[in-house]
Design a protein around this ligand. Structure first.
Ligand code: IDP
Ligand code: MG
Length: 161
């Protein structure tokens, strides 16, 4: 049973509050998206991630299938851009990684900047490397809970250090 389904079962019962309370707060999950990989920005983006104090505890170059992308972004399935998002995220390899730092989720969202690069702060990864609101170079989990789910989507326990 995969972790997403296991967590759905937890949620249905009353384990969720306890599960959440014990959730670690020092990890987030990221993807350097196909546009960033195509443009040769892997090195520059990893440099910024390291300079901001994140430790890489899992990493790989991989390509999502259509089913993977639909599942990963299931929360957006009713949005008008869903088809475009799935197409984009599956068109080439990505770098998937789990990052460790205190307050990882929030600090990483600050480092990457707003979803729309036009609104992203100066010096953020999206301001520097994203082309548009759709093709925005990098993913960052939006909660500790999603960081755990998304990390487990891409990595087995033995591939995380
Ligand atoms: P986030 O990545 O900053 O958390 P979300 O709202 O969760 O932003 O959206 C997920 C991804 O969907 C975005 O990173 C982007 O690639 C894509 N996306 C979001 N809004 C739009 C849009 O209005 N048009 C096209 N693609 C979008
Ligand atoms: Mg999001």
């Amino acid at each position: 049973m995969n972790v997403n389904r296991l967590y759905a079962v937890f949620k249905k019962r009353r384990f969720a509050p306890k599960f959440k309370k014990n959730m670690r707060t020092d990890r987030t999950f990221t993807m350097l998206k196909p546009d960033a990989v195509e443009k040769g920005h892997i090195g520059a983006i990893l440099e910024k991630i390291n300079a901001a104090g994140f430790k890489i505890v899992a990493m790989k170059l991989t390509q999502m299938t259509t089913d993977d992308a639909k599942e990963f972004y299931a929360i957006h399935k009713e949005r008008p851009f869903f088809g475009e998002l799935v197409e984009y995220m599956t068109r080439g390899p990505i770098v998937a990684a789990i990052l460790e730092k205190d307050n990882a989720v929030e600090d990483f969202r600050t480092l990457i900047g707003a979803t729309n690069p036009a609104e992203a702060a100066e010096g953020t990864i999206r301001k520097l490397y994203a082309a548009s609101i759709g093709e925005n170079a990098v993913h960052g989990s939006d909660s500790d809970e999603n960081a755990a789910i998304e990390g487990a989507f891409h990595f087995a326990g033995r591939d995380t250090f």
